[in-house]
Design a protein around this ligand. Structure first.
Ligand code: GLN
Length: 552
């Protein structure tokens, strides 16, 4: 049963993928929220993986972990960043999840002997999930992004579910098509034809778009808006120009130039509750795109570099955004450089010395052996040369291994993820994880999601957060081996954050008297960094990086 008066906006892609459906969805969310309507944003991924946790980041981008622990698509990260709040499991759906529910029900004889089919059973499972998501957090409008492009086999059932919802609630459902208008170099003219064809494709599903978000290099002029209106059967004031922009955070401001939020409320028959106040957002969007601000240069030492620049930034999306937010807050422009840890392995001392010129170094999360010794070399260099260092998850585990090897003198120190029988397993598999691996249960079984972390008084972590207890999101199977904690601490490493019972080491740091900023977290702070509330640890790290810049 649909919630009385609840509104649904479906965002679909035409012509081609990769032109910003996610940013459109996030922007619509932000704008309606600003107008006084609570929204929830739903991502529909048509692939058969049950969640995004089993996908390689070079192929599918970063895995974004929700507070609950669900491993989702990177778009969910953008949604949370635009809305400035946490999303829930109901806000994410894959074909894998949908089919799994239907098949489980079939095995339990819940279909009463019927032949179970894509329509109605799979379609209705999709519908039921969309309706359930509407119940979260007192939401009034759901904005649902359907992954892929119109015409894909994979997403047809989702479009069909949306059509049925519209048929049953014609007043409450809108379709927004994000399309692309190419300007071929030889013509120098923006073409509307591919969009007309995409609309016709969508029509063949029985769906008519109410809005067209016209993505293009330059703004769409009146003439082309008229053309789109006539040929696509969409009101001209509902054809919204969406030219290329410097940063995605400008998108909602740009849409407002074409009065998108007013047009949406009008189409949904919702009264305007208040004027959208975008002042704070605008201030942030200007600061984050201000490339002329004094620079702070950060090196990210990682390994997901094999498939070119395009994928690279996607694999570490939240880390990049978290750096940008804190830099903008401090009035700086962050210049991020990518250092392939495998190159540091091959090139000896000289290779590592390239790191000298950066103001700060990050080793982000990761798995497996490749490039690991290069990362450890980078960490040693950062420690010895007193370059601000921030380790995220794997980056913290490797920081502890480096300390054990080079300060404690345990030359064989390693993680059992790489060397099962290492002499000194300073990083070891968590007890409950052993069984998962023995049973080949990889999907959704890591230590995932939000856990509390107690911060020790007088430490850099505590100073940064200005709190005693925080909650952060995790995604790992290994941990600092409790058997080594005392020896590491005696050698000067400080475990400034632990689980409240003191058992799990969540933050490691060196005291400020020894190093300007050397800190690693077992959790992923980048997942909770938001435009208007940057993460305190990223901000402290950047403060230290800026201080190094001034000194040099
Ligand atoms: N591979 C490490 C582990 O599983 C770190 C994971 C990560 O960096 N997210 O514990």
């Amino acid at each position: 049963m649909a919630k009385e008066g609840h509104k649904y906006i479906f965002v679909l892609g035409g012509v081609m993928s990769g032109v910003g459906k996610g940013v459109v969805t996030s922007s619509i969310g932000l704008l309606l929220q600003q107008k006084g309507y609570p929204v929830n944003l739903v991502k529909v991924d048509p692939y058969l993986n049950v969640d995004a946790g089993t996908m390689n980041p070079t192929e599918h981008g970063e895995v974004f972990v929700l507070r609950s622990g669900l491993e989702t698509d990177q778009d969910m990260g953008n949604y949370e960043r635009f809305l400035g709040r946490d999303l829930t499991n109901g806000d994410y759906m894959t074909s894998g999840m949908v089919y799994q529910s239907v098949i489980t029900r079939e095995r339990a004889l819940e279909y009463g002997g019927k032949c179970v089919e894509a329509i109605p059973h799979v379609r209705d499972e999709i519908l039921q999930r969309i309706l359930a998501a509407a119940d979260h957090n007192g939401s009034r409008v759901s904005v649902i992004e359907i992954g892929g492009t119109i015409g894909d086999f994979q997403n047809a059932l989702f479009i069909e579910a949306a059509r049925v919802l519209k048929m049953n609630h014609p007043e409450d459902v809108l379709f927004v098509m994000v399309s692309y208008l190419p300007t071929p170099g030889t013509l120098g003219e923006m073409k509307t034809k591919p969009t007309q064809t995409a609309v016709r494709d969508l029509n063949s599903y029985g769906v008519q778009p109410d809005f067209i978000i016209a993505r293009s290099k330059d703004p769409v002029d009146e003439k082309r808006k008229e053309k789109l209106a006539i040929w696509c059967n969409v009101r001209k004031d509902r054809v919204i120009s969406a030219p290329d922009i410097k940063s995605i955070y400008e998108a909602p401001l740009n849409f407002e130039k074409d009065k998108l939020s007013d047009a949406l409320l009008d189409a949904l028959n919702l009264p305007e509750k208040r004027k959208a106040s975008l002042a704070a957002w605008k201030k942030f969007a200007v600061a984050v795109a201000h490339t002329k601000a004094p620079e702070v240069s950060i090196a990210i030492v990682g390994k997901y570099f094999d498939t070119g620049d395009f994928v690279l930034s996607d694999a570490y999306l939240s880390v990049i955004e978290a750096i940008k937010f804190s830099a903008a807050k401090l009035g700086r422009h962050a210049k991020i450089s990518w250092i392939n840890s495998k190159d540091l392995e091959k090139g000896g001392a000289k290779a590592v010395s390239v790191l000298q010129k950066y103001h700060g170094i990050i080793v982000p999360g990761g798995f497996g052996e490749s490039g690991i010794e290069g990362k450890i070399k980078a960490i040693q260099f950062a420690r010895e040369k007193k370059i601000p260092y921030f380790g995220l998850c794997y980056g913290m585990q490797l920081m502890v291994i480096e300390y054990a090897r080079n300060v404690l003198g345990l030359k064989g120190a390693h993680t059992t993820e790489i060397r099962k029988n290492t002499e000194d397993p300073v990083v070891d598999i968590m007890l409950e994880q052993k069984k998962h691996l023995a049973d080949n249960k990889y999907g959704g079984t890591m230590r995932l999601g939000s856990y509390p972390c107690y911060l020790r008084k007088g430490t850099m972590a505590r100073l940064a957060y200005k709190k005693e207890l925080v909650e952060e999101r995790h995604r790992h199977r290994y941990e600092i081996n409790p058997a080594y904690v005392k020896r590491l601490e005696d050698a000067g490493l400080v475990f400034s954050g632990t689980s409240p019972d003191g058992v799990l080491m969540e933050i490691a740091e060196l005291s400020r008297t020894k190093h300007p900023f050397m800190l690693g977290t077992q959790f992923h702070p980048e997942l909770q960094a938001r435009p208007l509330s940057p993460h305190p640890l990223f901000t402290e790290f950047l403060r230290a990086a800026i201080a190094r810049r001034k000194k040099r």
